[in-house]
Structures are given as C-alpha cells and as structure tokens.
Design a protein around this ligand. Structure first.
Ligand code: BGC
Length: 452
C-alpha cells in the first residue's frame, strides 16, 4: 500500500475551511422508545426477517441518546470544529403530524447546548431517512401530503432551535432513500417499482425546496443547505456508444435527478424515457418554481464511482454496474471501489453548476473489517483512505473557491442501514454489547491532522 505524505495537516488549507464530523440520528441514537418517541420506518422495517444483514435493529444502536455528552467530548478532543447530526422526526412528533413531544425537544436542546458549550458548531440535518411509521401508513414519500407533513416538522424544529443553530441541511441524499426504499425495496420502507419511486422523487424534490423556504422564513441569518449523493459514472468501454449512453442514463439518476430541479433547471431528460414519466408527460414544469430554492450551500457526499455497461435485459435503465470486484480495483469492506481521483472528478463537475454557490463535502469515509487487538484498532486502510481523499480535497480547495469544508463520515461505528452493525465506518470503534468506545488509529490520525 502506498502512503501519501503530501498531506500532513489541516494547515495546508485556509484557516476558515470547515472541518466536521457527520452523524445521523437513526444510526446512533438508539433509545427507540424512550421518553415518548414514536416508531420510524426503520424500527419497523428492521423487524422484517432478512431485511437487515445481521437481523439487528436500530433500537439501541450506539445509545447516543444517553451518551451524547461523552461522544461530543471525543469529537472535540479529536479536533473537529463542526458536529453534524440529524433530528429524529418521531422524537419531536411521535406520530409524524400530531402532538409535539416536549421530551424530544428537550433532548435536542441539551445536545445543542452541549455542542455550543464545547465549541462544536452544530449543523442540523432535518431528514436523514427516519420517516415516522405512522406517516408511511398514509403513503409516506409517495403521498403528496408528505410535503405538508415535512413542512410542519421543519417549522417546529426551526422555531425551537433556530436561535441557537444557524447551519441547516434539509434532506440527506434524496436519491438514496427514494431509490433504495421506494424503488429497490432494500431500505425502509421496502417499497418497490416506479409507482412508488416516481412520486417519492417528485415529493422529495418539493419537500426539499419547501424546507429551504421554511428555514429562510423562520431562522434569522441561517446558512441553508441540503445534501446530495454523487458518484463519478464511467462507461465500461468508452468507445462503445451503447455503454456511453447507458452511463449517461445512470448519471441522470445518480447525479442530476435532484440537484437540477433544485437549481431551477427542472428534471433532466436527455431522451431518457423514464424522465418523461417523471415529468408526467410534460406537466411537471408547473411545479418547477416550487422545486427550486436558492440554497446557500450544497452538501455533496461521495463514497464510490460506478462503471456502467449497456444491458438490454435490465428494465428501465438498460444498464448494469460492472462490479468493482471484477475490475481489480481497491475495495472497502462493502466491496465499494476506493478511488480518490473519482472523488476529485465528481466534486469538480458539481462545481461547474453556476447555481451552486458553495459546496461542503458533508460525508466521505469508508468501512473496513476493523479488529481490536490488545485494546488497539489499527485501521491503516482507513487512514490511507482519508490521506488520499484529503490529497484530492487539497487540490480541489486550491482550484475551487466554492469549496468551503469537509465532514468525515463518521464518528462512531453504527447501525449501517441494511448492513446492520456489520459495516464499521467510524473513526471510533464501538463494542455494541458493552457500548465501550475505543478511538481507532484513524481517529488519532484525524486529531493530528486537525491540531498539529
Ligand atoms: C448515508 C449514511 C451512510 C453512508 C455509508 C450515506 O449515503 O448518508 O447514512 O451510513 O452513506 O453507507
């Protein structure tokens, strides 16, 4: 393994470059039924046999609900300036729409106060995939009412926390939860097919912009963003026009579908028949104004590139991924390709959108088969991952004025959705039985990077 020594410290970046550590409520909080919290779609989905790899549930996760003070101390000690977390909708509104739960409000006040006391700047994500189960019973993201439900939740959060928190993100990766949860059925709520996916995309696009408008109206001096997943898409054979066209279709879905309407460009099309359906045969434009919001920053989240090949047997997209394991490239523990150059390329490309004013990398990280040996987790692969990606980041920082910050994913090993507790992404190792935390070598690497 090559070690890159070019990157030694955050001093290679501007002083005001934003360094953060990112988390999400359903992955760390646990305490699923404490103090009046209602069930989310993930609590219910995880009960279905075979949906979660290790048959686990997010019920206790990292117990962050009870341990947040100690965990924030770790984030602080490792040198991070920003703590990104999400708000669990069902702690605030147990059934999604009805009565506000004061204990839930109190928890987030405590969490925010603790951040502020420690000098950690809070960045709130309003929605990181844990839709209230009661709202799913009414159709969830496929119901057009979801825009109103979400707006109310957003308003309550802004009203409660807006005096203390100025940095807000509306939605985490709309492409991921609509595709995995409403098209492929492998994430909560486990719905499949275009009849679920297309309305979910449509409503999530509207809710995202509406969330932005609400924060703008409710929170003075707010810095408002939303986050998108992104992946460089490469044709398997660049000289084969079918592969190139297939890669373009996947690019529309993976990279353009949400950002373009948000920027006021409408849904992308490029002759991809699926997009005609999404446009309701040319009627969606009536909503384009409502789908647009002038975000102060866009959060970009990158984990892997995709290599795509034409395959007419695959419905709708006529495309398939050529698995990284077949291409002899470096892999993480989930078999995702590790490629810091593609990280550079895709951020560079998003920077070319005129409508994007600022970019923060709001997630980037990797999971490996970490082992604790004599109390030490020597995760050299993760250190190498961060070194190489921060080398790309440095280049981006020198070239792109728009790039303002980088948040690592993630503080703690946690509930990794359908992978359960089997995929460890943290820079802090969590023993899920004892809830003992052990800072991994990558955590110490971050501390040195940020503080030396
Ligand atoms: C999500 C995280 C997730 C990470 C790794 C991102 O898409 O926002 O919640 O843990 O990917 O899979």
């Amino acid at each position: 393994m090559t070690t890159n020594n070019n990157i030694i410290s955050s001093k290679n970046f501007d002083k005001d470059f934003l360094w953060g550590i990112a988390t999400s409520a359903p992955q760390i909080e646990g305490a699923y039924n404490a103090d009046g919290r209602g069930l989310s779609i993930w609590d219910v989905f995880a009960k279905r046999q075979g949906k979660i790899k290790d048959n686990s549930k997010p019920s206790h996760a990292c117990n962050f609900y009870y341990r947040y003070k100690d965990d924030l101390l770790i984030a602080k000690a490792l040198g991070f300036k920003i703590f990104r977390f999400s708000i669990s909708w069902t702690r605030i509104l147990p059934d999604g729409t009805g009565k506000v739960n004061p204990a839930g409000i109190k928890f987030y006040h405590n969490l925010i106060d603790e951040c502020l006391q420690l000098g950690l700047v809070p960045y709130i994500t309003l929605f990181h995939w844990d839709l209230p189960y009661d709202l799913q019973k009414e159709g969830g993201w496929t119901s057009h009412f979801v825009v109103k439900w979400f707006a109310r939740f957003a308003k309550i959060c802004c009203h409660e926390f807006g005096d203390k928190v100025k940095n807000w993100m509306v939605i985490n990766e709309p492409m991921s939860f609509t595709a995995l949860g409403y098209m492929l059925g492998i994430h909560a709520p486990g719905k499949k097919g275009l009849k679920n996916f297309l309305p979910a995309v449509f409503n999530a696009t509207l809710a995202q912009a509406e969330g932005g408008r609400i924060i703008r109206a409710e929170v003075g001096n707010a810095n408002i963003g939303t986050t998108f997943s992104c992946s460089e898409i490469l044709p398997n054979n660049p000289n084969n026009h079918l592969d190139v066209a297939a890669a373009n279709r996947i690019d529309i879905l993976v990279n353009r579908l949400f950002v373009e309407p948000t920027l006021g460009l409408g849904f992308p099309n490029d002759g991809f028949a699926l997009m005609d359906k999404l446009n309701f045969n040319n009627k969606a434009w009536r909503y384009y104004d409502k789908m647009q919001f002038d975000f102060d920053f866009i959060g970009l989240q990158n984990y892997f590139p995709l290599t795509i090949k034409h395959n007419s047997l695959i419905p709708i997209v006529n495309a398939m991924e050529v698995k990284p394991s077949k291409r002899k490239v470096p892999l993480n523990a989930l078999g995702w390709e590790i490629n810091p150059t593609s990280f550079y390329n895709i951020i560079k490309r998003f920077a070319t959108y005129d409508g994007i004013k600022k970019i923060i990398i709001t997630e980037n990280g990797a999971c490996f088969k970490d082992k604790m040996v004599n109390g030490v987790v020597n995760d050299i692969e993760r250190i190498e991952y961060f070194k190489t990606h921060l080398t790309s980041l440095k280049k981006l920082h020198q070239e792109e004025k728009k790039l303002e910050g980088y948040f690592a994913w993630t503080l703690l090993d946690n509930f990794e959705w359908s992978e359960g507790y089997t995929a460890r992404f943290g820079i802090v190792y969590v023993d899920f039985e004892s809830q003992l935390r052990t800072i991994k070598q990558s955590g110490y690497w971050w501390r040195d990077f940020l503080t030396k």
